[in-house]
Design a protein around this ligand. Structure first.
Ligand code: ATP
Ligand code: MG
Length: 591
């Protein structure tokens, strides 16, 4: 597994302008809340830094001269200020969380909406774990930025400036003493920020790997069990999990070292204030009130510095997360689409033409090499050919899951690239080899959320002979199917997908016939079902059953991305070519 495009290698970059540009629209929607948060926190900062000033006045002007009345007044003011600080701090914090949640909600929605438009080419090369990490973890990083990063960083800066102002305006000499450790503090902020950045990066990278591994293991759980890979996979998972744990541990350890460094500096500074301040009080160049206020202010001075390392981390984290989210949001690997001109998509005649189509999934290899054919409305076509020939690819192209490199694909004489996707796809149904069952009832799995009356579904299901088995389920059509339909047999899933296709009544039916064999009874149901499904519509079947092949009007034989033979069963047999060989090796037994 390569992580090149998905790792955090780009996170060492400085937060670039493009990241900010991506974030601004989201912040704009919560502009009012952000401004309110800033104001609340600013008020809280101011009120909290004024309290030591009141304390100084209380000691110097009232306690020392023993003025009890004045002391009571100052006490009352202090109480109000402290209360004010808590109320505004609460409001500021509360609204920063509100803003954060709103931004994350919007981002997650946009990522998901974008994912739905991205071409299968992109989704095919991006591990699911990466996408899940982007939609959950990375969006959380931006929430953190809003709740305890950006707004607080500005607030910290204000606290620092206000505190410095109070310190120097009260006593310059004592201020210089109390700040003598500042160079060491700044050095440790810079040093630990860099260190922590690396450690958090590593931890996040490991988390992405963990998510990828977890997702792959869960999707392939049956294979893992069947091939007795449990022990190997367990060891590998444990190693990633341990690496993630270790990197988190390292980061936390460094964080503690950093905190302790700042704490020690703060403690030493306060001792300096006590020693130097007491000396100055004795000398008469300062007062006990000033000394007391300084002890508070020094603490206020260190608090934002202690937080600063973390805030920068959150900032850079968020920038790197936003960068990666931006890669998804700006990804241009989308299938270009036109808007549906009217609410109801028009119904196709069903003529399909491929003209000199060249297609490749990736740079390396041409998968379709100048393929041309015409299928008249309501004609039935069978595609046959060896594995990897390009049969499913033809269907992917018709559905515009992928766009072609050159040539053209026309439906009713119109290039499919100029047909709105919704119109194109609402006229087609595909029945795949692997039937995908969503978590939901049988009914929901058939309608796929469209408004289709129940009678119509039962009628279709009777027509395809699936009614007996569905009614026999515990709650009939309302039986809950587990996701991926593990409580249904393969044949049953096939029949459900036939009903699904039939009730959507497509003009064009694409059928990728399953190769797996089912019991003879179900096989008969499926064969009949296929015949009934194909009736009256343009159908292309990737056929493995002889019965499907012979019931088709034309057979296209595909090999290595080219159509090498065309004709009906008898014509192709008479030709004694590729189809003849295929027929004699594959289907003799079933005759
Ligand atoms: P089968 O009978 O086994 O289903 P097929 O004829 O349907 O085979 P295709 O699925 O069309 O074969 O694949 C044709 C070629 O394209 C194969 O070589 C395959 O490796 C490649 N291919 C298929 N899907 C992708 C994809 N999503 N990305 C890259 N290459 C692909
Ligand atoms: Mg295939």
């Amino acid at each position: 597994m390569e992580f090149n495009d998905f790792s955090t290698h780009d996170s060492h970059k400085k937060p670039s302008m493009s990241v900010l540009r991506d974030l601004i629209p989201y912040m704009r929607t919560v502009k009012g809340i952000l401004v309110a948060t800033m104001i609340y926190l600013l008020i809280a900062t101011l009120t909290s830094t004024i309290v030591p000033l009141l304390l100084k006045t209380a000691i110097d002007d009232y306690i020392v001269p023993k003025d009890f009345q004045g002391l009571l007044m100052i006490g009352l003011y202090s109480l109000l200020l402290v209360l004010g600080t808590y109320v505004f701090q609460y409001l500021g914090t509360y609204y920063s969380f509100v803003a954060a949640q709103k931004i994350v909600l919007d981002l997650r929605r946009d990522i998901f909406h974008k994912l739905l438009t991205l071409s299968n080419r992109y989704l095919g090369k991006t591990p699911l774990g990466v996408i899940i990490t982007r939609t959950t973890n990375d969006t959380e990083k931006l929430s953190e930025l809003m709740s305890s990063g950006a707004v607080q960083l500005i607030n910290d800066a204000i606290l620092l400036i206000v505190t410095l102002f109070f310190l120097f305006s009260t006593n310059v000499t004592l201020s210089l003493y109390s700040l003598c450790l500042t160079p060491l503090v700044i050095w440790s902020v810079v040093f630990f920020s860099k260190l922590l950045r690396k450690s958090y990066d590593l931890a996040r990278n490991k988390l992405t790997q963990l998510n990828i591994n977890l997702q792959e293991n869960l999707s392939g759980i049956s294979i893992i069990k069947i091939f007795n890979r449990q022990a190997k996979n367990r060891t590998y998972f444990d190693s990633i999990s341990e690496a993630y744990g270790n990197s988190t541990y390292t980061a936390l350890k460094q964080h503690t070292y950093f905190n302790q460094t700042i704490n020690i500096c703060s403690f030493l500074s306060r001792i300096t204030v006590v020693v130097a301040g007491s000396y100055m009080v004795i000398k008469g160049t300062s007062t006990i009130g000033t000394l007391t206020a300084f002890l508070f202010w020094v603490n206020y001075f260190y608090q934002p510095l202690r937080d600063m390392g973390e805030r920068f981390n959150i900032l850079q984290d968020a920038a790197s997360s936003m960068g990666k989210i931006g890669n998804i949001l700006h990804c241009d690997e989308v299938i270009p689409d036109k808007a549906l001109p009217s609410p109801k998509a028009p119904v196709f005649e069903g003529k399909i033409e491929f003209k000199d189509v060249v297609f490749r999934y990736s740079e390396e290899k041409k998968i379709l090499k100048h393929v041309s054919f015409t299928i008249e409305p309501s004609q039935r076509i069978a595609l046959v050919g060896p594995t990897g020939a390009g049969k499913s690819t033809i269907m992917n192209i018709l559905l515009r899951l992928f766009d072609i490199e050159s040539g053209s694909v026309l439906i009713d004489g119109i290039d499919i690239q100029s047909i709105p996707l919704q119109e194109l796809r609402s006229n087609m149904s595909i029945v795949l080899q692997d039937v995908f069952i969503f978590k939901g009832t049988v009914m929901e799995n058939i309608t796929l959320g469209q408004d289709i009356p129940e009678e119509k579904i039962i009628e279709a299901s009777r027509y395809l002979n699936a009614h007996p088995f569905i009614s026999a389920l515990s709650k009939g059509y309302h039986t809950q199917l587990s996701s991926e339909g593990s409580n249904l047999s393969h044949g049953q899933k096939q029949l459900i997908s036939f009903i699904r296709a039939l009730v959507h009544n497509p003009r064009i039916l694409l059928l990728d016939e399953a190769t797996s064999s089912v019991d003879t009874y179900t096989e008969k149901l499926i064969q009949e079902g296929i015949n009934k499904l194909m009736q009256g519509r343009t159908s292309i079947a990737i056929a493995h059953r002889l019965s499907t092949i012979t019931s088709c009007d034309q057979i296209f034989v595909i090999d290595q991305g080219k159509i090498i033979e065309k004709g009906n069963h008898d014509e192709l047999l008479a030709k004694k070519g590729f189809y003849y060989d295929l027929y004699t090796t594959q289907f003799q037994d079933s005759l």
